[in-house]
Design a binder for this molecule. Structure first.
Ligand code: EPU
Length: 335
């Protein structure tokens, strides 16, 4: 365990916001974590820092989970069960799976963040969500310091949602995730339009999981800003879901609007489209801005403060509400 005082959190959040932590505790083992939590009950957990927007100094201990390790825990004829520690970088884990020819997470290539935070918001991209491969989640119960296991079902996964954002919020620290992956006959998911056209461009007729990963990486690099170059936290808003009755009125007015039918009574509208229609795509206000290729992503060009990003997001929410009557919800956690 390494404890530092009064450090900037800029390198620890992908938005690159420069706020201070009065105490920063780097955890490299489960024992470290238990020892620290034995005496400290009020703290802030920081994973990969890829889904947060920091607006203020954090004046309680910031616990940075940096535990490492990837191991095969069980195998059957078709499947392999792989456990990764919470502090493993997500994309490094995806690369490890592809190198071992283990299928299931290739569509989730290049998503920033750490393994331990992926179940919280059930990360998803290009037709796949992490819940499709999660077998179980290991977590430390803060009140008892005992280790518990959540099965996939216990996690109550939904679109960018899980039990860890609801009933279990603040009660557990995720320490490891076990994934159920295929060893052969991978179920490739190339149905998402952009993947198919990327594979066609590369004349790839019988894609492997490595080809799918390559295609996803190419699409993401084209559309989404690299947090190492321009600070951002991916999608800032969730895609709103409206009722079919409201959708009928909406689509009459905006027949060109992209949309996905979620169920008999629910339709999802891409927030990026709504934000673009309100004229924000590529706009910059000081160092806070809206990405030029994907209006769903807010960016920090250098020295934006958390408040400036929040102010921009509120301006966008008001404009979308006024034009479409739809309330955008933030996907990023504002601290
Ligand atoms: N669109 C626009 N303008 C924009 C952005 C998008 O008109 O500026 C339109 C596109 O033309 C397309 C539709 O909106 O018709 C959907 O766009 P895209 O395929 O880029 O996906 P998205 O719905 O905007 C979601 C996820 C992304 C994920 C992509 C790909 C959410 C909140 N976001 O975005 O996730 O990479 O699908 O699967 O669900 C993230 O969560 O950080 C993230 C990047």
């Amino acid at each position: 365990m390494k404890i530092q005082h009064n450090i900037s959190l800029k390198p620890y959040n992908t938005f690159g916001i420069d706020v201070k932590a009065t105490q920063f505790v780097e955890i490299t083992s489960l024992d470290d974590l238990k020892t620290f939590l034995n005496t400290e009950k009020d703290f802030f957990i920081l994973g990969g820092g890829s889904n947060i927007l920091l607006t203020n100094t954090i004046d309680k201990p910031v616990i940075h989970i940096n535990t490492k390790g990837i191991a095969i825990v069980k195998q059957t004829n078709r499947h392999v069960f792989v456990k990764a520690q919470a502090g493993e970088n997500w994309h490094a884990f995806v690369r490890w799976c592809i190198a071992h020819n283990f299928g299931g997470v290739e569509n989730l290539s290049l998503i920033p963040g750490n393994v331990g935070t992926t179940p919280i918001q059930n990360i998803g991209a290009y037709g796949v969500e992490v819940k499709d491969t999660i077998y179980e989640v290991e977590a430390l119960e803060i009140s008892t310091l005992s280790t518990l296991t959540f099965t996939n079902e216990d996690c109550a996964f939904g679109y960018r949602n899980s039990i860890f954002k609801n009933e279990a919020k603040g009660k557990y620290i995720i320490t490891g995730v076990t994934f159920k992956l295929t060893k052969e006959h991978h179920q490739l998911n190339s149905s998402y339009g952009a993947i198919q056209s990327e594979l066609d461009t590369q004349h790839c007729k019988n894609p492997t999981i490595a080809d799918i990963s390559k295609a996803v990486i190419a699409i993401r690099q084209r559309k989404l800003p690299n947090p190492e170059e321009i600070g951002n936290s991916g999608s800032f808003f969730k895609n709103p879901v409206i009722t079919s009755t409201r959708f009928e009125m909406f689509i009459k007015k905006y027949p060109e609007a992209p949309h996905y039918i979620v169920s008999n009574d629910a339709v999802k509208i891409p927030a990026g489209w709504l934000v673009e229609q309100c004229g924000f795509k590529g706009k910059r206000f000081g160092d806070a801005g809206v990405h030029k290729n994907q209006a769903l992503v807010l960016v920090n060009y250098g020295d934006a403060t958390g408040e400036e990003i929040v102010a921009l997001s509120e301006k966008i929410q008001q404009a979308v509400k006024k034009k479409f009557g739809i309330q955008l919800e933030t996907e990023v956690n504002i601290i």
